[in-house]
Design a protein around this ligand. Structure first.
Ligand code: NI
Length: 183
């Protein structure tokens, strides 16, 4: 298992629509293990395959840090070919960040609860009704598979405010304490 370098903002792969995973394989299982290693190493709660340079519809998530001592904490999850099939009308605004956009955060409004259908790491069909922090992580990561970043959800005004920071990031000036793909 290995920690892989994370692709950062303005890399074209983050803007691509990722391709569905069709078959299980050794390569797929290794990719999943490497994605968990990479996510935990960067203290992340979610990581999508395009973020390590692979345009496949797969992400890993572990929202445990948001649940602290809660015994209902969802734990590590692998979602392959995920589809959000139901969104609550009720929305909630939460500050988000992204391992591909280090040092930048912004408040994003999204549905509070969602139903997600996906395949687990054995390619077995699953369906979950999710709420709380995990619902947020799942929506953020599903966006990654469609070439969407959380900053796209911010107002034009807020994006303008962040533009200098984003430019610095493009030039590689932001400090990160995990491996990233060199510019
Ligand atoms: Ni992200």
């Amino acid at each position: 298992m290995s920690v892989l370098p994370i692709v950062t903002y303005e890399d074209q792969i983050l803007r691509e629509k990722a391709k569905p995973v069709k078959n299980n394989s050794k390569e797929l299982q290794k990719l999943i293990d490497d994605m968990f290693d990479t996510m935990y190493n960067a203290d992340g709660v979610g990581l999508a395959a395009p973020q390590i340079g692979k345009a496949w519809r797969i992400f890993v998530a572990d929202a445990s840090p948001f649940y602290e001592e809660d015994e209902n904490a969802p734990g590590p999850l692998v979602l392959i070919n995920p589809a959000i099939t139901l969104e609550s009308d009720k929305t909630i605004t939460i500050e988000e960040g992204c391992l591909s956009i280090p040092d930048i955060r912004g408040a994003v409004t999204r549905p509070e609860n969602v139903v997600v259908e996906y395949k687990d790491r054995n390619l077995k069909k699953q369906k979950r009704n999710v709420n709380g922090p995990l619902a947020r992580v799942i929506q953020h990561e599903t966006d990654h598979l469609n070439g969407i970043l959380f900053i796209d959800h911010l107002s034009y005004f807020k994006q303008k405010l962040l533009s200098a920071k984003l430019k610095a990031l493009t030039e590689g000036a932001n400090q990160v304490n995990y491996p990233v793909v060199a510019k």
